[in-house]
Design a binder for this molecule. Sequence first.
Ligand code: CA
Length: 317
Amino acid sequence: LMPAVIAHRGACGYLPEHTLPAKAMAYAMGADFLEQDVVATRDDELVVLHDIHLDRVTDVAARYPGRAREDTRYYVRDFDLAEIRTLRVTERLDDEGHPVYPGRFPPHTGHFAVHTLAEELALVAGLNRATGCNTGVYPEIKRPAWHLAQGVDISVAFLEVLAAHGYAGPQDAIFVQCFDATELVRLRHELGCRIRLVQLIGENSWGEAATDYDFLRTGSGLTELAGTVDAIGPWVSQLYAPGSDGEAPRSTGLAERARGAGLQIHPYTFRADDLAPGFGSFADMVRYFCVDLGGDGQFTDFPDQVRRRVDDDADER
Ligand code: CA
């Protein structure tokens, strides 16, 4: 079985993240899954954006001055969908307004907009019909506890949109991902979600959720996870230690423990312009995680390049 190529925010190495053009490009590049990050607007519509904030990828500050919260950030939750549709999307900027990846699509150029989860699912369905392929989707519920505190149960709305587009069971071409372990338990065991689930594993210091990722990486943590999810999505740096002086990288044992618990492994993020420490080339990095560690999927900003490496490695075997 070949590792799945998961287009992280679309082909975002080439076009601004989470725009429909970036998704269409990833589709054409042969990704197995297109990723959606999902956030709720003030009028409870679900849009595809990586952050609960708008300011790093849109012109919201220029278009809606005075609408920031006290922390100076502009929140998706404070805007209606109709307002969000007026924004121009740009290549991602850092907090000083510089592009995070300077070699990528030029910031503040092109004509890109925010779209809804339903619109993206319709795009994928249309492309699948037109091409005869069955490319999957890989949506992430962002910050469910934060959304609940802001007055919206995002998971319930999210499952309704998926069901309306035919995503309901383990055989469908979809994985649902979340950093919040409590929410994944709720999805599986309270809300009756039968779709394949992925526990994203971050570092406790990131503050993504109240989840203890140190525990989840232990044997007992992974065994417990296997009662709820089908796969883990670890950060690549949690899987290996770089070799010194040209030595091969060493596994931390997480991949082996996860496999022992019956879980698939879908690490993030594979960037040809930002290699993980210790790898001399993108090909070496892809091969290590997909062949040496036996990963089952790879989140990548460059789906064409991972597609090519994965296919080449399969030919060699
Ligand atoms: Ca994501």
